[in-house]
Design a protein around this ligand. Structure first.
Ligand code: NAG
Ligand code: NAG
Ligand code: NAG
Ligand code: NAG
Ligand code: NAG
Length: 491
């Protein structure tokens, strides 16, 4: 890792800082609108508790953001995000000791390039899809680094504000997942929780916390919520106590897997895959390729058998069924990381993009990065648990799972049907419709390159979708005084 990678990059060449000339001009509009709002405010009976300061903020940002991403009501919900300049112990300093960030593997190659990992310049060629024009959008991205990629992307985001008094959302860029994994083998709970407790102390001292008691604050975690919700007396998987801390419970927490019963303030975000385009043209080209591909295999399964019972036992059955079917492409991950095909991005995408359906079995937890790899490859996911996607990613995937996926009951590790027969039963037109839907979903589950130009905001990526949905959600909980999620299904 180079010195450059370790440093925060707040100053960008792009126009991300408020433009002062523009602001002088909008000051006039701002004052006019303020007056207008005051008139409206005094004229209309206040049916909902409103904060006039907030109203002004919104009208200003409406003016600023009008020309940005303007589909799907984006411009109708103007908002801006303030990023806390956290003491580096909470993010960048952790990267300095990257060889000790994970007890199983050296994270240094993975945290490079602001969390995108090592570039894969030959990916398109390896896939047999010609070469990429311009900057190659492919990286060997680690599955648990959404927290770094989100941060890098937010730093350059058009909706970032440097003025907390104007912010709708406050982002706390703590690399909690990296920290948690570095402490998995720490037996002393006080030591394991220390940094989380210090983060809470930091939040306690922030004046903007008090405006809405933290309801407008959020953090992003690249690991599953189970890693941050150790229960007193419960089993100890190396987890810390971060998400149980009283202040953190008041914030919104983005995570790749939400807790199903205690996660009302948690919202599922996609695991990062390998594709990080800088332009909408790169995205459109990829989608076009995925629509045109011939897919010789009916289905594929990529995964390793897991020891044990419960949700992981299903893998044994999937490997058996796939092995016995001439229409299935089995990519078994028998060896350890690095020596196996299933850890090579080009092999994963190649297998998935040559299949109609991709089996997504739960493993160590309910969710898998593989779900997002399969969407990227235009491969229709087959789920065996509702918690692999349906109850997780309400902001990203259609509410009706049948639009883009197949569900086969696999509760308790049993699959009672023949998967091949079930898939063959699906009418051709429905397969086409589902695949088109899956390919339409690619942009919103993709993390754009953090240095992608603001001018090219034609496709909304996972970060755009997250902050737009979150701004709406936060507005609801602040105005309604409710603290239950209205967007995610709660079980
Ligand atoms: C846009 O907003 C309007 C009014 O709030 C709503 O009726 C409509 O369904 C929204 N459209 C989308 C695509 O969300
Ligand atoms: C890096 O992490 C290891 C293991 O946690 C620790 O022993 C070492 O002191 C750390 N080094 C620095 C420079 O923080
Ligand atoms: C984005 O640009 C900055 C500034 O030039 C650079 O430091 C950073 O490494 C770039 N990020 C990536 C992922 O290439
Ligand atoms: C755990 O660590 C804390 C802080 O370093 C220390 O005060 C405490 O004695 C340790 N507990 C055990 C059981 O070692
Ligand atoms: C909302 O939060 C308050 C305190 O933060 C709590 O007393 C109340 O029970 C919560 N309400 C719901 C519906 O969760």
């Amino acid at each position: 890792m180079t010195e450059k990678d370790k440093k925060p990059c707040f100053s960008k060449t792009k126009e991300t800082q408020p433009n002062s000339r523009f602001y002088n001009y909008t000051l006039f509009i701002f004052i006019s609108l303020t007056t207008w709002f005051l008139v409206l405010f005094l004229y209309l009976p206040p049916t909902v508790p409103t904060n006039s300061k907030q109203q002004n903020t919104h009208s200003l940002h409406k003016t600023k953001n009008l020309n940005s991403i303007n589909n799907e009501n984006y411009s109708h919900t103007p908002f801006s995000v303030y990023i806390y300049n956290l003491p580096p112990q909470f993010n960048f300093d952790l990267l300095k000791n990257c060889s000790h960030l994970n007890i199983y593997s050296n994270m240094c190659p993975h945290v490079a390039n602001q969390g995108l990992g090592q570039p894969l310049p030959d990916m398109a060629t390896d896939l047999g899809l010609g070469s990429d024009s311009g900057h190659a959008p492919w990286f060997a991205t680690h599955q648990f680094l959404a927290e770094m990629i989100f941060h890098a992307r937010m730093e350059n985001h058009l909706f970032r504000t440097w003025d907390p008094s104007r912010a709708t959302l406050f982002y706390v860029p703590f690399y909690g997942g990296l920290h948690a994994s570095s402490k998995f083998s720490e037996t002393n709970h006080t030591v394991r929780d220390e940094l989380a407790v210090r983060l809470e102390d930091f939040l306690r001292s922030q004046p903007w916390w008090d405006r809405h008691q933290g309801k407008d604050h959020f953090m992003v975690l690249g690991r599953t919520s189970w890693d941050f919700m150790r229960t007193p007396g419960g089993s100890d998987f190396g987890a810390n106590y971060l998400l149980n801390l009283p202040r953190v419970r008041k914030m919104s927490v983005m995570t790749v897997e939400r807790h199903l019963w205690k996660g009302s303030n948690q919202h599922g975000i996609p695991y990062p895959s390998y594709f990080h385009p800088s332009t909408s043209q790169q995205m459109l080209t990829w989608q076009q390729k995925m629509r045109q591909l011939r897919r010789p295999h009916l289905f594929t399964f990529i995964g390793a058998p897991r020891k044990g019972v419960g949700k992981a036992a299903i893998r044994k059955e999937l490997i058996r069924q796939c092995g016995e079917s001439t229409r299935c492409n089995l990519v078994a991950c028998i060896n350890t990381e690095g020596s196996s095909k299933c850890y090579k991005p080009s092999e994963v995408i190649k297998a998935m993009s040559s299949s109609e359906f991709c089996l997504q079995a739960p493993g160590d937890s309910f969710t898998r990065r593989s779900t997002f790899d399969s969407v990227l490859a235009g491969c229709i996911p087959v789920f065996f648990s509702p918690h692999t996607a349906y109850t997780q990613y309400g902001w990203f995937l259609p509410a009706d799972g049948e639009e883009y996926s197949v569900y086969i009951d696999g509760e308790k590790g049993n699959v009672r049907v023949k998967i091949e027969e079930e898939l063959l039963k699906i009418p051709r037109e429905r397969v086409e419709r589902m695949r088109n839907k899956v390919i339409d979903l690619i942009p919103r589950v993709t993390y754009k390159h953090p240095n992608a130009s603001d001018d090219d905001a034609e496709f909304k990526d996972a970060v755009d979708v997250t902050i737009a949905a979150l701004a709406k959600h936060v507005q609801t909980i602040i105005l309604g005084g409710k603290n239950k999620s209205n967007n995610n299904q709660i079980l």
